[in-house]
Design a binder for this molecule. Structure first.
Ligand SMILES: C[S@@+](CC[C@H](N)C(=O)[O-])C[C@H]1O[C@@H](n2cnc3c(N)ncnc32)[C@H](O)[C@@H]1O
Length: 263
């Protein structure tokens, strides 16, 4: 597991990758169209907070890339609460350097594992939230199943795992065995559900706007799905929710997985 080693690459701040091809060797274009880098990050963060992510929560960002979404969570979460897994170390380091610089990045203490086998247990802990944005949009069945079964090992009853995929347009599923990028792959909703259930988990598909029409799915341990409609309606920000919190012993947010280890 690696801590911070900020990239020495020069010129990161000179431009925002406007002229770069998707999938190119620039921290912004690596993860998608550079002109949507801001919105695609913001939508992930907004959704996490709608689902109740507080500053004390722990987040595992699966395939975190250059921290397009991760930068907002790293900023919001308390130090040491953000965890990212990504095969491409350069993308993470260039993201850290570009978004934060050395001092702020070190203050927020994000932890990274550079891995392409979805071995989330390397973090040796469980998480309150898991995010896999634009991973199942490129991954073959075998990898999605592996991701879900490894995710189950680091999930607690309260954990919410949010993921996106591209929905099939013709009733068929991607049957190739390769990760396709920047090409995309498509699956039926029912196929994604069967992958989730195959990992012993449960899921709920839901509508949440996405600039490229990626579809969202919430995954939890069996029997632990929250009221997704209520959460998407902004319940977490409501006065009603605040009153409910005040009725409890403490109004300070907690992390149910704070001391939960995973092997
Ligand atoms: C489309 S980008 C999405 C990045 C990030 N989740 C976001 O939304 O900004 C896909 C990312 O998945 C990473 N990736 C590729 N193979 C992976 C694997 N086996 N496990 C985890 N991430 C992988 C890529 O390096 C890339 O950073």
């Amino acid at each position: 597991m690696s801590k911070l080693i900020l990239s020495e690459k020069q010129g990161l701040h000179e431009q925002f990758g406007e002229k770069e091809e998707i999938g190119g060797n620039h921290y912004r274009s690596w993860v998608g169209p550079p002109n949507y880098y801001d919105l695609i990050g913001a939508t992930q963060f907004n959704l996490l907070t709608l689902f109740g992510m507080r500053e004390t929560s722990t987040l595992l960002d699966i395939g975190c890339g250059s921290l397009r979404g991760g930068r907002f969570s790293i900023m919001y979460l308390r130090p040491g609460k953000y965890f990212g897994l990504e095969p491409e170390e350069w993308a993470v380091q260039d993201g850290l350097q570009s978004h934060f610089g050395k001092e702020f990045a070190e203050r927020k203490q994000p932890t990274f594992v550079y891995d392409s086998n979805y071995t989330f247990t390397k973090f040796e802990r469980k998480f309150d939230y898991l995010m896999a944005h634009s991973i199942f949009t490129h991954a073959p069945e075998k990898q999605i199943r592996l991701c879900l079964s490894e995710a189950a090992k680091v999930m607690a009853p309260e954990t919410i795992f949010l993921a996106t995929f591209f929905e099939s347009l013709d009733g068929t599923d991607y049957t190739g065995e390769e990760w396709l990028y920047p090409d995309i792959v498509r699956f039926r909703k029912s196929t994604i559900t069967s992958f989730v259930e195959g990992a012993g988990l449960e899921c709920q598909h839901f509508d949440w706007a996405h600039p490229f029409n990626q579809k969202w799915v919430a995954v939890t341990l069996k029997g632990n799905m929250p009221d997704v409609k209520k959460l998407l309606g902004g319940y977490i920000y409501s006065y009603e929710a605040a009153l409910e919190r005040r009725a409890n012993a403490t109004t300070w947010p907690t992390s149910p997985t704070d001391n939960a280890t995973a092997k």
